[in-house]
Design a protein around this ligand. Structure first.
Ligand SMILES: Nc1ncnc2c1ncn2[C@@H]1O[C@H](COP(=O)(O)OP(=O)(O)OP(=O)(O)O)[C@@H](O)[C@H]1O
Length: 277
């Protein structure tokens, strides 16, 4: 569905990607993680046709995004980290934008707006940043595009909205859609994503399905000093140590995405060795 091959991209003299490869399939929610400035937004923009590869190719739904063909644009939606919505009521926003998306479903949009508790009578200027963001997310979801890219979607959302966000996203995925979410708010995504992709210094540092991760690794709190010492990664907590160990007993532990991220950044070889074995 999305194939990035040998992507080279940079801003003026600053190289961001020098040969990045990535393949994303339909039916999945991908969590794109990486430190500040590593190129997550840049990658999403290359996929959306907002930036163009300097070398290599990006193929999305069989299209070259940079050509910005109408058939491509009507089947992809990006919720950017920074956005501007013109000052108008929600009805006008729909009236002027929905026609670009043939699969837009107004009933669905209204349902999301209600679930997100958006004051319908307000114009965009009368809404808070979080409320505007929820309008944009609702619109993006209701467009029912095959590809949905979201850059830091939960930034600015309150606690209740974050859990509603997880609920609506999970309800929107089907086997024909691919959702890519770039975020630092890993806790917001933990129960939602089914593949973790970490980029670092222009390359893919880690790319595994959540099933594969929890099959091979166990995430738990340990009080056993020997186990803590042998762990692939450990972090002291107020009660025992949070550890990542090899899942030799077929445990079904819950992925701790923040711990995994730290482990890969700080002790990547140990974690990678489990997957390369
Ligand atoms: N328009 C631009 N002109 C020049 N440099 C840019 C531009 N946009 C981004 N950059 C630089 O490119 C690098 C990658 O930026 P990008 O926004 O893709 O990173 P990111 O991983 O999304 O970061 P964050 O997690 O902070 O959102 C950064 O070092 C940034 O300073």
């Amino acid at each position: 569905m999305i194939q990035v091959q040998n992507l080279h991209f940079g801003y003026r003299r600053k190289k961001i990607f020098t040969g990045l490869n990535l393949k994303l399939q339909a039916g999945h929610i991908y969590g794109l993680l990486g430190k500040n400035g590593t190129g997550k937004s840049t990658l999403l923009k290359n996929m959306a046709g907002l930036l163009f590869p300097q070398e290599g190719t990006v193929n999305v739904l069989g299209f070259t995004p940079g050509k910005r063909q109408p058939a491509f644009l009507q089947d992809i939606f990006m919720v950017p980290e920074e956005f501007y919505l013109p000052d108008m009521p929600i009805e006008h926003l729909i009236k002027y934008n929905a026609p670009f998306y043939p699969k837009f479903n107004e009933d669905q949009f209204n349902r999301f707006i209600t679930e997100f508790d958006i004051p319908r009578s307000n114009t965009m200027q009368q809404m808070s940043y979080g409320q505007k963001k929820k309008v944009l997310i609702s619109f993006g979801l209701a467009c029912n595009t095959s590809v949905l890219l979201m850059d830091e979607p939960t930034n600015g959302l309150d606690i209740m909205s974050k859990s509603q966000f997880r609920k609506v996203i999970a309800g929107c995925l089907d086997e024909n859609k691919c959702i890519v979410i770039s975020t630092h708010q890993v806790k917001d995504l933990e129960s939602l994503i089914d593949r973790v992709t970490i980029i670092d210094e222009g390359r893919i540092l880690f790319d595994q399905t959540v099933d594969n991760i929890t099959n091979r690794l166990s995430f738990h709190i340990s009080y056993d000093s020997e186990e803590i010492k042998q762990a692939l990664f450990r972090e002291p907590t107020l009660r025992g140590s949070a550890v990542i160990t090899r899942n030799t007993l077929g445990d079904e532990s819950k992925l701790d995405l923040e711990l995994l991220y730290k482990a890969i950044v700080l002790n990547g070889n140990a974690i990678q060795s489990v997957f390369n074995a």
